[in-house]
Design a protein. Structure first.
Length: 163
C-alpha cells in the first residue's frame, strides 16, 4: 500500500479538501486498493472536528465526498508514509523540521509543485479560513489543478512498489 498524507495548519480546510479530491482521482484511476489517502494538521486545535462547513459545501457542490475528522500530524507517522503533501511553504518547513531522518524529510512535497501551470513564485494554496466562500472555491481550483500531476507521480511510485 502506498500512503499519502495531506497537511495544512488545522486540518479543517485545505488538507481535507485535498484528501477528498485526491481520493476521488485515485478511485477514478482504479488505484484505491493500492493507495491510502488521509490528512492532518500541523497543530491540534481542531482535533476531532469535522471539516469547516464551507469546505464541506464546496466539496459537495463539486461532487466530492467531504467526510473528515481533524487530527494533528505526528513525527512517528513518517515511518508509515510514502509521501507527505504540504499545502504551503510554512507547512513544508514545519514538516521537514519534524521529520526524524533526512529520508523522512525528503518525503515532504508542496502540493502545487505537481501543477505544471503554477508559477514557481506561487507555491502556496492560500488559507481560506478567515475569508469568504470564494477563498474555499479558489482552494478547490488549486487542489484540482495539482491533482493530475500528483496522480501521475503516485501512479509511477505505485508501479515501482508493486511486484
Amino acid at each position: 500500500m502506498y500512503r499519502v498524507c495531506f497537511v495544512c495548519t488545522g486540518n479543517i480546510c485545505r488538507s481535507p479538501m485535498a484528501e477528498s479530491v485526491f481520493r476521488s482521482h485515485v478511485a477514478d484511476a482504479g488505484l484505491s486498493d493500492l493507495v491510502e489517502i488521509d490528512s492532518a494538521g500541523t497543530g491540534g486545535w481542531h482535533e476531532g472536528d469535522g471539516a469547516d462547513p464551507r469546505t464541506a459545501a464546496v466539496l459537495e457542490a463539486a461532487g466530492y465526498e467531504p467526510g473528515h475528522r481533524a487530527r494533528q500530524f505526528r513525527a512517528s507517522w513518517f515511518a508509515g508514509l510514502d509521501l507527505v503533501i504540504a499545502l504551503d511553504a510554512g507547512h513544508l518547513r514545519d514538516l521537514r523540521a519534524l521529520a526524524p531522518t533526512p529520508e523522512d524529510a525528503a518525503k515532504v512535497r508542496l502540493l502545487r509543485s505537481y501543477d505544471p501551470a503554477a508559477p514557481a513564485t506561487q507555491t502556496d494554496v492560500p488559507d481560506p479560513y478567515y475569508g469568504p466562500l470564494a477563498g474555499f472555491e479558489e482552494c478547490l481550483h488549486l487542489v484540482e489543478a495539482a491533482s493530475p500531476g500528483l496522480l501521475a507521480a503516485v501512479r509511477e511510485a505505485v508501479k515501482e512498489h508493486t511486484p
